[in-house]
Each structure stands twice: as structure tokens, then as C-alpha cells.
Design a protein around this ligand. Structure first.
Ligand code: ADP
Length: 438
């Protein structure tokens, strides 16, 4: 028993004993004890009702009381003070959070279960067209009626951002990010990407235009150089070396310009114009035959191992350029007498096409950057073998357009393995109507 219980019980029995003693002086001990018990019960009933009234009222002052009731009121008062202080801190934090998010240029929306709008900041009105308080309590999909957005929410995988046009102003492009938190709650962030996208587009246009403008002069220069190279007259003989060097350099420039134009075209059109059924086995066979021709000069062994029969939805030319790029790289970065293996096999949820070589390999720190434009580990070696530094950037773009991805594994001095993963969603059955799907 606790100290309080013992004290209260002692007090109760003492009172009972005392009243029984006084009662016995009058020959009515039991009656006195009974009255005392009733009195004590009435006292506690009055105290309980007063407590209930105090708790229900807004009165902050604690009623005066002694004994156990005094302690109860003390506890309650202390709890009440603590709660009040906590409430104040929370309210201050909430108000600070609202002030900060209201000042943010990004749209911030708090979504409850089923993507119901719970709260949003001022920028959400400008970027997403959410009106408060009218739209609070509505599902966000009622306001942003964009199929890609509904699909993004349904998919429930929020590692990547979604690019959409603002439902409020079609000239604003938005990057949407969802951050789930708590139970069924999420924070939706909408960032205005219009300026960044415009800059990016200006960069792409510049590269495309510059490459296009360079194409004709380069063709002319190369034409003249070719004519000069073929001219075996005496007076040109002593210039044959510089003419040859100039031809090689113009050819290199032409290759770079062509690759830049390919990249610009890939970047500027999110989807391809001509969607085809691409027979992966046949495509690999084509690449194999071309690789064999190239590898012959270096005495390398090329092998092909493929038993898949899938048709993939895509563009044959682009896919051929991507896979052949990987295979030709394998030949270029593998010493004389090495091995290059092409293979295609079924994988979970898709197929994997691999190009493996027994070449020079790639150190781990370079791997994440290989698909950047002009990223070369050894610029000299790349140039020597006719590289532009744009091959893997083109591969990456082509694969992105086909919902495929590239995985690179390598060991320095032992070789590299470039694997292309095609998801099942890209597969086609013979009966599928390509025109409908594109
Ligand atoms: P490049 O025209 O220079 O080959 P790529 O974009 O095709 O440009 O490749 C980028 C760089 O990646 C190359 O310069 C080379 O250093 C490296 N690389 C590509 N494929 C291989 C490979 N199979 N083995 C070793 N290094 C490779």
C-alpha cells in the first residue's frame, strides 16, 4: 500500500474509532460510527462533484482543499500548466512553420490519406491553383487532372520527381516531389522549373544550331582536302603529311558534329516518330556481324549467346546504334587477341543484353560519370581509336527513351561488362498493333 493510502485509511479508521468511542459514552457506538461513515462519504461526493465542475469550467484557479484532495488538485494544476506551456511551444512552432512555408517560392501541400488536401501554402495557389479554404478536404487529383500525375500518385514510388505543366498556367513547368511521412501522410512540393527549363532548352538549341551550322563548312573543307589528298602532283607532295593530318582532324570534327546532332535530336523529342517492333535477336545478330568485322583487325574473338525471342517496342535505328556503340567500345578498349561476348538472357521482369570484354577495364570512380558528354578516362586513347566521347551519352538517351537502363561493371585490367535491361513493359506480342501503341 502506498503512503497516501495508509494515511487516508488511518485517518478514516481514527475518525470511525473516535466517533464509536464518543457514541459508546451515549450507548450508541454503532449509530455514531454509521453517521461518521455517511459524513465522510458525503464529504468525498461533494469534493468529486466540485472537481468535475472545475475540470469542466474554464476557471484556472485551483479550488482550496486539504489532505488527499489538495494533492489531487496540485497534480492537476501542475499538469494543466505543463500542457499549457507545451501547447504554446507547439503553436509557436506551427506558426513559424507556416510563416516559413508561406514565404517559400515552392508550392507546399500537406496531403492526408487518399491524397486529401489538408493544408497548403500561398505559392500552391499560384503554381497549382489550390484555393483555401475552398479546396481543403478535396483530393488533390480533383484539382490536378493530369493523367501522368494520377499515375505518379498511384504508383506510390516517390524516389523520382515528376515534370508537369501547371494546371493554373500552362506556361509554368513544375517539378513535383512527394515526401511521405507519418501514417498515410505526405508532403507535396511543387517547384517552378520554367526558368531552368528555358535555360536548358536554350543550351540544347545552341548546341543543335552550332552543330548544324558547322556541318556544311566542314563538309566543304573535307571535300577540298580529299581532292588535295588525291592530287599526286609534284608540287603537293611535300604537303601530303599536313593534308593527311588536316583530313583526320576534319573527319574527327565531322564525327563530333554528327554525334552532337544525334544527341540533340534524341534530347529534343521525348518519343520517337517511327515506333517499330524490334526483334532483339535479329538486332543482336546484326551487331555481332559488324563487331566481328571490326574485331578482325585486332585479332579478337567475338561470341554471341542469345536464346530470347522477344520483340521490343522501339526504334530499330536507335537501338542498333546503342548496342553497337557498346560492342564497338568493347573492341576499341580491348587489346589485340582479347575477347568480346554479346549475350541476351531473360531476367526478372525483363531481359538483359550484355556486352562483355576482356579489355583494359574502368576504375570504379569513373563508372558513374561515363555517360556524361565528353567524359573520357584517357582522352588520348579515345581519340586514337576514333572516339568522340559522346557514344555512351547517346546510349543513355536511347535507353531512356525505351524505358531501359544501363548497368556497368568493370575490373581494371580484367575487363568490363555493359548490361542493358529492358523491362517487360517494353515487350510486344506478335499480335500487338504497333501503330496503336505508338
Ligand atoms: P569514346 O568515344 O571516348 O569511346 P564513349 O562515350 O563511348 O566515348 O565512352 C566514354 C569513355 O568510357 C571512353 O572514353 C572510355 O574511357 C570509357 N569506356 C567506354 N567503354 C569502355 C570499355 N568497354 N572498356 C573500357 N573503357 C570504356
Amino acid at each position: 500500500l502506498s503512503r497516501n493510502t495508509v494515511t487516508e485509511l488511518t485517518r478514516f479508521f481514527l475518525l470511525l474509532g473516535l466517533s464509536a468511542f464518543i457514541g459508546s459514552l451515549f450507548g450508541a457506538a454503532q449509530l455514531f460510527a454509521l453517521f461518521t461513515s455517511i459524513g465522510i462519504s458525503l464529504f468525498h461526493i461533494v469534493r468529486i462533484t466540485r472537481l468535475e465542475e472545475w475540470m469542466g469550467s474554464s476557471q484556472r484557479e485551483v479550488p482550496e482543499a486539504n489532505g488527499i484532495w489538495g494533492k489531487i488538485y496540485d497534480h492537476l494544476h501542475r499538469n494543466q500548466k505543463r500542457n499549457h506551456a507545451q501547447k504554446k511551444t507547439l503553436a509557436a512552432a506551427l506558426s513559424r512553420f507556416r510563416q516559413i512555408t508561406a514565404a517559400l517560392p515552392d508550392g507546399v501541400v500537406i496531403l492526408q490519406r487518399d491524397h486529401i488536401i489538408d493544408w497548403c501554402n500561398d505559392s500552391s495557389k499560384r503554381l497549382l491553383g489550390i484555393r483555401t479554404p475552398h479546396d481543403i478536404g478535396q483530393p488533390i487529383t480533383n484539382l490536378i487532372r493530369i493523367p501522368a500525375f494520377s499515375k505518379y500518385l498511384k504508383k506510390n514510388e516517390f524516389n523520382e520527381t515528376l515534370q508537369i505543366r501547371s494546371p493554373e498556367n500552362e506556361f509554368i513547368s513544375l517539378s513535383i516531389r512527394i515526401v511521405p511521412y507519418g501514417k498515410d501522410q505526405s508532403l507535396m512540393l511543387a517547384r517552378d522549373m520554367t526558368k531552368i527549363n528555358r535555360l536548358e532548352q536554350a543550351r540544347k538549341d545552341f548546341v543543335a544550331n552550332a552543330s548544324h551550322e558547322l556541318r556544311t563548312p566542314l563538309t566543304v573543307v573535307n571535300g577540298y582536302l580529299e581532292a588535295l589528298a588525291e592530287d599526286d602532283s609534284e608540287e603537293l607532295k611535300r604537303y601530303s603529311m599536313p593534308i593527311q593530318a588536316m583530313r583526320e582532324q576534319t573527319l574527327r570534327m565531322q564525327n563530333i558534329v554528327e554525334d552532337l546532332l544525334v544527341l540533340s535530336r534524341l534530347e529534343n523529342s521525348a518519343t520517337f516518330n517511327d515506333t517499330e517492333k524490334v526483334d532483339i535477336a535479329a538486332l543482336l545478330n546484326e551487331v555481332y556481324l559488324e563487331t566481328q568485322k571490326l574485331a578482325k583487325e585486332k585479332n579478337q574473338i567475338v561470341s554471341l549467346n542469345s536464346d530470347v525471342k522477344h520483340l521490343v517496342l522501339g526504334n530499330h535505328g536507335e537501338l542498333y546504334s546503342a548496342i553497337s556503340n557498346l560492342a564497338f567500345n568493347a573492341v576499341r578498349y580491348t587489346p589485340v587477341g582479347g575477347k568480346v561476348s554479346l549475350s541476351c538472357r531473360d531476367a526478372i521482369d525483363g531481359i538483359k543484353i550484355s556486352v562483355e570484354d576482356s579489355g583494359i577495364g574502368i576504375a570504379p570512380q569513373h563508372i558513374p560519370r561515363l555517360t556524361e558528354r565528353f567524359y573520357r578516362i584517357d582522352t588520348g586513347r579515345s581519340r586514337e581509336t576514333g572516339g568522340t566521347g559522346l557514344g555512351l551519352a547517346i546510349v543513355k538517351h536511347v535507353l531512356m527513351r525505351h524505358n531501359a537502363r544501363l548497368e556497368i561493371e568493370s575490373n581494371v585490367g580484367k575487363g568490363s561488362k555493359f548490361t542493358v535491361f529492358f523491362p517487360e513493359s517494353q515487350f510486344l506480342n506478335d499480335s500487338d498493333d504497333v501503330t496503336k501503341m505508338s
